[in-house]
Design a protein around this ligand. Structure first.
Ligand SMILES: Nc1ncnc2c1ncn2[C@@H]1O[C@H](COP(=O)(O)OP(=O)(O)OP(=O)(O)O)[C@@H](O)[C@H]1O
Ligand SMILES: [Mg+2]
Length: 253
């Protein structure tokens, strides 16, 4: 991934080499802002990076605030700094170190074909906070697992792309998650609970490679580097995923 001089001008405009681009927001419900790269910006980016193809790209802007900590060498909690200040008071949080860690994880996932093609990145300080900008290929929304394994108010719906069965996608999910674990990475944000509903997210099905891949490594970490028992950390992530699929399948029938 190449470091470029890509900067945030304001909430949905980006500066690149003295040019400002007002971009369409496609998602800003979570912590990150996702902007669609337009043709003008794409043309300019192409001049600076040979790896950019004629395809659709997005820019993801996120705060670098994730934190991992261990207590008595045990996995206690991995989450966002702001929500757990009492625990993280004595944690030596360095946003630049964290950016380095996130970029290392993304590069590792990229080398192993486990995420969308990511080409460029930059870090920024905005409003006193450190932000990470990433340019990556756009994934079609109906390929995201939260849209395939759709959890609604009182029901669940399975909306797979052509010819994919429940077990096929589930097996692919485990295969890719195990690949991440073999690389020493805990994704750490694959399943969330909202009002007692379990939702799978940050993952999608790549129709061309016939593989499940991941986005959003903001909370990902190498347990080994955090003095956390790897086996326990991987097992914990797997348990969350088991619970999701079991629950979904149970509610589907
Ligand atoms: N490469 C991409 N292509 C298309 N859409 C994307 C891409 N990356 C992210 N998105 C869209 O933006 C949403 C949020 O992205 P992401 O998970 O990176 O940010 P987040 O702030 O952690 O959000 P969330 O809390 O919803 O997980 C995704 O669910 C997806 O709809
Ligand atoms: Mg996310």
């Amino acid at each position: 991934m190449k470091l470029v001089d890509l900067n945030i001008a304001n909430s949905n405009s980006i500066k690149f080499k003295n040019n400002e681009f007002n971009l369409e927001k496609i998602n800003c419900n979570g912590d990150a802002v996702i902007l669609k790269v337009n043709q003008k910006l794409l043309d300019l980016l192409k001049k600076n990076c040979k790896k950019i193809e004629n395809d659709n790209y997005i820019i993801r802007i996120s705060y670098v605030n994730s934190i991992v900590f261990s207590m008595n060498n045990k996995l206690v909690y991995n989450g966002k700094r702001s929500k757990h200040l009492c625990f993280s008071d004595n944690y030596d949080f360095n946003p630049y170190k964290r950016i380095e860690e996130e970029i290392t994880i993304i590069n590792n996932a990229l080398l192993n074909n486990l995420c969308p093609k990511l080409i460029l990145y930059n870090d920024n300080i905005l409003g006193g906070k450190t932000k990470l900008l990433l340019v990556m290929k756009e994934v079609s929304q109906n390929m995201f697992l939260n849209n395939i394994f759709k959890v609604e108010n009182d029901s669940v719906k399975f909306c797979p792309p052509n010819d994919c069965s429940f077990d096929f996608l589930k097996d692919l999910f485990y295969k890719s998650m195990n690949e991440l674990h073999k690389l020493g990475i805990v994704h750490n944000d694959l399943v969330i609970s909202i009002f007692f509903k379990r939702i799978i997210h940050n993952s999608y099905y790549d129709e061309i490679d016939k593989k499940v891949k991941f986005i959003d490594f903001s909370l990902s970490y190498y347990p080994e580097q955090q003095n956390i028992d790897c086996k326990q950390a991987f097992e914990f992530e797997k348990e969350q995923v088991d619970k999701f699929f079991n629950d979904f399948e149970y509610r589907l029938n």
